[in-house]
Every structure is written in structure tokens, then in C-alpha cells.
Design a protein around this ligand. Structure first.
Ligand code: SF4
Ligand code: SF4
Length: 318
């Protein structure tokens, strides 16, 4: 496994980052111990970087994976918090639930389009900068689907790390094209920001072409790591074998591509529209008395699922 310097943070991260959204309650909803075993296996194969978020609900899963594990692991988390106090509470929650005094990277979780995220969430950013000064976190970051936000972050001296959405289909990119996102990432690299990508598999749309999808992201100059959700040991084996140039065994191949998911709107939908504003990708609309998800735009992130008062939204293996 290759380890890269993450911008100027002083952190060295594995080329693959364990993305913990899919294994948690918003998606596959593995029991904590079972998830911990999968994550631990990934760490034992050389991955030293885990991405999580306040919203993902996976702190306990990660803590379970880290129990008794002695090698250093870099953890990134994030929060939608806008105010100083809400972000302070988010960082304290991460420290307490993960059982760590220091969180390596803490992001403004800013997937959606936001005209001026740094002005609107200045209190949250102020807290993160203060926490970095105090040694409670090591680096300040922002995660985003938006080309414009990547450009703004590249020019913001308080931001050390950017976690942008990039995949070879350009699926889920906001406020610009794939080419424009690549140009913005290149600009951020020139500003010495640490870069690790999200949604390389387009939320599951590319699992059957994972080698091509990985190669596309790996050839982008200046990318330090790529976050990938993995639900089985065999997925970790396949991803690692691919980047190491090893032969992938038949026993592993048969497990790949089995995580294809679909967002279902169940019959109990009351067309209230609460899910619409929660989708960062504008992928869901209400028409004809019920919600509909556009499969061309839905990234299968599950962010909308907990906001349905009727429990009508389900991410299910297709
Ligand atoms: S519809 Fe739901 S699962 Fe699909 S992209 Fe939007 S928030 Fe994510
Ligand atoms: S939040 Fe639930 S009930 Fe409301 S429109 Fe969306 S799916 Fe339907």
C-alpha cells in the first residue's frame, strides 16, 4: 500500500481511504461488531485512513474496529454544523464516541450548493480553527459536491484538506462539469491543499467497473487518497489487489459488484416533500401524489432516508 502526504497537514494517508457511510445506518446498517470486523480487516490490509461524519452514525463501528489496534490510524469526520457552539459539540461528540483525544481532520460537511459556505458557517469554521490551534484537531477541511466550493476552499487559507466528489461519470457533481471539477481540484492542488476524493464509485453505480473507476481517480495529479465504502473483506482484497497490480482470485471476483443498491419509495409516501430539500443532488421530486427519485441523479447516499416521517424511503440492494 502506498502512503501519500496529505497536502501540508503532516499526515500520511493510504491511497485507499475506508469510507464508512455505506456500512452504517444510512445504508447497509451492519451491526456495530460486524462492521467493526470489516473495518478492522481493511486496516490490517494496510489502509490507515477512515472517513466518517456526524451524520453517518458510524463512530461506534469505527471504535469497535480500533479496539486493541496499535498502528496509527488517521480519522476524518465532518458536521453540517453552522455555528461555533454546534461545531464545538460535533467535535466533542466525535472525540467521545471514537474514544480519541484528537481527531485528525474535521470538515465542514458541505455537500450541497451554498452560495457562500464560509460566510454562512463562519462560526463553525472559527471553532475548527480554534480547535486546531488547541491541538484538538490536526487539520481543517471541507467536503463538497460543488465545483465552486472547491475553488473557494482552494483560496481559503484556513482550509487544509478538501474532500471533493469526483467519479468518471461526473455523477453528482454540482455547479459544473466533470472537466470543471478536475480543473478546480488541480487548482486546489496548486494551492497545496490535501485532496481525497469521495464517490469514486458514484454511490454504487460503478461497482461493476471498479477497476476503471479506481484508475480514473488515481491518475488525477495531486490526489492523495480515494475514499471507498467496502462491505466485505473481498471488496478490500479486490481494491488493494488492483492498485498493487496483483492477480485477483476467482473466489474474490465472485463477490464484487454485489452491492448494487436502489432507492425505493414505498407506498406509504404522503407526498409531504420533506425529502426533496434534504437531497444534495436534486434527485428527488414529488409528482402525482408521491416522491420519485431520478436514477440518473441519485447517488444512493441515503441522506434523505431519515427525514421521511412515513419511513417510506429505503435503500435496498437491487
Ligand atoms: S435521493 Fe436520497 S439517496 Fe438519492 S442522492 Fe438524493 S439524498 Fe441521496
Ligand atoms: S419525505 Fe417521505 S412521505 Fe414525504 S415526500 Fe418524501 S418519501 Fe414521501
Amino acid at each position: 500500500m502506498k502512503y501519500n502526504a496529505l497536502g501540508k497537514t503532516g499526515l500520511a494517508v493510504s491511497e485507499i481511504c475506508y469510507g464508512s457511510l455505506p456500512i452504517g445506518p444510512l445504508q447497509a446498517n451492519y451491526p456495530v461488531d460486524q462492521a467493526g470486523e470489516v473495518i478492522r480487516y481493511c486496516l490490517e490490509q494496510g489502509i490507515n485512513f477512515i472517513d466518517t461524519a456526524q451524520r453517518y452514525g458510524t463512530y461506534d463501528h469505527i471504535r469497535s474496529a480500533l479496539r486493541g489496534y496499535s498502528k496509527p490510524v488517521v480519522i476524518a469526520s465532518k458536521s453540517w454544523a453552522a455555528s461555533y457552539e454546534d461545531m464545538r459539540q460535533a467535535v466533542e461528540e466525535a472525540r467521545a464516541r471514537l474514544g480519541r483525544d484528537v481527531i485528525d481532520i474535521f470538515h465542514l460537511h458541505a455537500a450541497r450548493v451554498d452560495a457562500d459556505v464560509f460566510a454562512k458557517r463562519s462560526g463553525a469554521l472559527e471553532y475548527l480553527c480554534e480547535a486546531k490551534t488547541k491541538g484538538i484537531i490536526r487539520a481543517v477541511g471541507i467536503s463538497t459536491h460543488s465545483v465552486r466550493t472547491v475553488r473557494l476552499a482552494a483560496d481559503n487559507p484556513n482550509i487544509d484538506v478538501i474532500h471533493p466528489l469526483v467519479n468518471m461519470l461526473g455523477l453528482g457533481i454540482l455547479e459544473g462539469t466533470l472537466d470543471e471539477m478536475l480543473e478546480a481540484v488541480g487548482y486546489a492542488v496548486s494551492r497545496e491543499k490535501g485532496i481525497y476524493l469521495m464517490k469514486a464509485m458514484a454511490g454504487g453505480h460503478l461497482v461493476d467497473r471498479y477497476q476503471q473507476a479506481l484508475d480514473f481517480c488515481r491518475q488525477i495529479p495531486g490526489v492523495n487518497s480515494i475514499a471507498i465504502g467496502m462491505l466485505r473483506r473481498e471488496e478490500a482484497d479486490a481494491n488493494i489487489a488492483h492498485i498493487e497490480g496483483w492477480e485477483i482470485g476467482e473466489d474474490i471476483k465472485q463477490h464484487i459488484g454485489k452491492n448494487a443498491k436502489k432507492l425505493f419509495v414505498m407506498d406509504q409516501c404522503k407526498a409531504c416533500g420533506a425529502c426533496v430539500e434534504r437531497c444534495p443532488n436534486g434527485a428527488i421530486e414529488v409528482a402525482g401524489g408521491r416522491a420519485h427519485a431520478d436514477p440518473e441523479r441519485c447517488l444512493l447516499c441515503g441522506y434523505c432516508v431519515p427525514y421521511c416521517p412515513q419511513f417510506s424511503l429505503r435503500l435496498i440492494n437491487a
